[in-house]
Design a protein around this ligand. Sequence first.
Ligand code: F6P
Length: 328
Amino acid sequence: MSETNLKSIAVLTSGGDSPGMNCAIRSVVRTALGAGLKVYGIRRGYAGLLDGSFEEMNASSVGNILQHGGTILQTSRCPEFLDPEIRKEAFHILKRKKIDALVVIGGNGSYNGAFELYSEHGFPVVGVPGTIDNDIQGTEYTIGFDTAVQTAVEAVDKIRDTASSHARTFIVEVMGRKSSAIALQVGICTGAENIVLPDQGEPDFLQISKDIKRGIQRGKSSSIIICAEGENPGLSYRIQERLKEDHQLDAHVCILGHIQRGGNPTAHDRSIASHMGHVAVQALIEGRSAIATSLVNGKVVELPLEECLKKDNKFNPQMENLAKVLSI
Ligand code: F6P
């Protein structure tokens, strides 16, 4: 696409919401308006694209939103979009609405949908990584991760207070599906006695019990086990059962859940989201598409979208080792 062809773009947020998505929307809208483009917001992700929920946006549509969590455009998971026929329909809707390019802010599933729109119909798309899981290939960072980690750390600090007062063990389950990123970061930042990660198969119950008992022996007044949720629910309760049955240890379970997805974005999330939204639109203006804005060596750059499609569980052995060394 040449610079002159681009007149009108649309933006949507898709998949699980993440704090900072609003900053990215604001940046996309204002960068596009500044370049003389029309901008449409699409409500509820791909679902809203399919039912024609488009609204033209102006500078005030995105005023006073960057400090708020969630997404003003709302979002959805849209399994229908896995169907090529449905994507064809989406392409025709975009054409009818005279949209020249689409910015998709979301995670892996959202990137896949965007890439298919491009590869099947040649429709120009740009991906902006928005998910608390920090599990997108190619980018060091996804918008929302820092806020989610901060929320979880604050929650675990509170749990530590009560755990210490009662000399208890807590198993705290954090989000991230198959990604280790939130669990590792939260584990390090809260001094967890053990971190259970999803990619390491069956948890080592004996090791967990040894870590807890060692702490008790050296006078620790509490133990925290951070457990990444993984793909199958219920792991925290299984750990609780095994600790009780095999090692005579009582533990309480606390599942943090969706609290990690809400809340005001941190300055880091606001800044990265603002940069990424800008780079996304700038790429389209300069005629590039099928790219994803990515953080590489601390800088926001463009990478081919195709390279960013695979999930990356962000397991980092160095971080895991650090957590072990510091939790004695
Ligand atoms: O992908 C973000 C995420 O919060 C995951 O960490 C979690 O497993 C999942 O979404 C929960 O999805 P939902 O809100 O649809 O239940």
